[in-house]
Design a protein around this ligand. Structure first.
Ligand SMILES: C[S@@+](CC[C@H](N)C(=O)[O-])C[C@H]1O[C@@H](n2cnc3c(N)ncnc32)[C@H](O)[C@@H]1O
Length: 351
């Protein structure tokens, strides 16, 4: 009998829908900004072969290690980088990854992170109150819990956790500090909410809020979405899977705004914003997992997939090409990189 624990795995969510939304084709170049366990990356590599290339990014060095093993069969066509996706554009310039036919963000955490008791993401496992995606980050969840004022904590828990009992929770946290473990925090929250049990555990929203704050999730997502649009070639696809309403709102508003020509406030007599759309929505309605997928993988239940396609006008083509040539020159420390220029011209076929 094998008494060893099974190796932890992460089941990719909406895998087939993701491949379809990315319009993966042989020879295409794709970026998986949230590599995790490498499930989506493996599916993309399969479908983009022969000739495809995949750039996989993850802020968590452990995820890179695990994905490298899982993706060994594709080692000739993949490049795995331990970085934050907030630096997406710089990564593409550094590794000369142009043109890009599709970019995927599968947000949140992998099961590998959630099921680890040393990472501090789960209130169901006891461990240090850490929650950093990368050990190179300075601020942990314990730092925030123990150094913030009661008002700051209440604000954070309300804003990032949409928690109705944020004030009581913040008051109890301040009273019971120092708090250094996940169990201590979960028990403090249970006392603050008098063990009220709704659909979800009373600590769910506070843990979500802390994770968002520790990893500056919204700031990085907003910045990366803008960079992704700049990197996509004409008809390139942007696909985002989110797992809670605040995250989904950012994605929805971004895609909606980028798919409209004018974003002036309603009632403005003539357009003063000069905004030109850069995306076309692929699906009008959000895509969610089937009941069968949810049954097989309960962690997929809150997933929402949104997809958009890049539109590039002639003016923008010129501006984007100039911008990337300039950035590539800076990175290369020289004046000309004809290879990049040529690839850019191929990528941005003019609409
Ligand atoms: C839901 S998992 C992805 C799972 C993956 N699609 C798979 O099939 O195995 C999300 C991953 O994104 C990573 N991540 C989250 N925010 C990030 C960021 N700002 N930069 C880079 N990686 C990030 C996490 O470390 C985690 O490994």
């Amino acid at each position: 009998m094998n008494l060893e624990m099974p190796a932890p795995t992460h089941i990719p969510v909406l895998a087939e829908e993701t491949i379809k939304a990315l319009a993966v084709r042989p020879g295409g170049h794709y970026i998986d900004c949230t590599l995790g366990g490498g499930g989506h990356a493996a599916a993309i590599s399969d479908r983009s072969s022969p000739g495809g290339k995949l750039l996989g990014i993850d802020a968590d060095p452990e995820a890179i290690k695990i994905a490298r093993t899982r993706l060994e069969a594709y080692s000739d066509s993949i490049l795995l980088i331990n970085e934050n996706f907030a630096n997406l554009q710089a990564i593409c310039i550094k590794y000369d990854f142009f043109p890009v036919h599709g970019i995927l963000f599968d947000l949140g955490l992998s099961s590998l992170q959630l099921d680890s008791n040393v990472r501090g993401f789960s209130f169901q496992l006891d461990g240090p109150l850490d929650m950093r995606l990368s050990p190179s980050q300075e601020v942990t969840a314990a730092d925030i819990i123990n150094a913030s004022s009661e008002a700051e904590l209440a604000h954070l828990i309300r804003t990032y956790g949409e928690e109705a009992h944020s004030r009581q929770i913040a008051r109890h946290i301040v009273k019971e500090r120092p708090i250094t473990t996940t169990r201590q925090l979960a028990q403090t929250i249970e006392r603050a909410t008098r063990g009220r049990r709704g659909r979800i555990h009373p600590a769910t929203r506070t843990f979500q809020a802390l994770r968002i704050a520790v990893n500056r999730e919204f700031e990085h997502l907003e910045s990366a979405l803008k960079q992704a649009v700049d990197l996509l070639g004409c008809e390139g696809r942007l696909v985002v899977i989110s797992y809670h309403s605040l995250e989904d709102r950012i994605v929805k508003q971004f895609m909606r705004q980028e798919s409209r020509d004018c974003i002036c406030p309603p009632g403005t007599p003539t357009c003063i914003c000069g905004h030109i759309r850069s995306l076309r929505l692929v699906n009008k309605r959000v895509i969610t997992p089937s009941p069968i997928e949810v049954q097989l993988n309960p962690r997929s239940r809150s997933a929402k997939l949104r997809a958009a396609e890049r539109i590039i006008t002639r003016d923008e083509y010129c501006k984007t090409t100039e911008k990337f040539c300039f950035l590539a020159q800076v990175e290369a420390g020289g004046w000309r990189r004809p290879a990049i220029l040529k690839r850019l011209q191929r990528a941005f076929s003019v609409a």
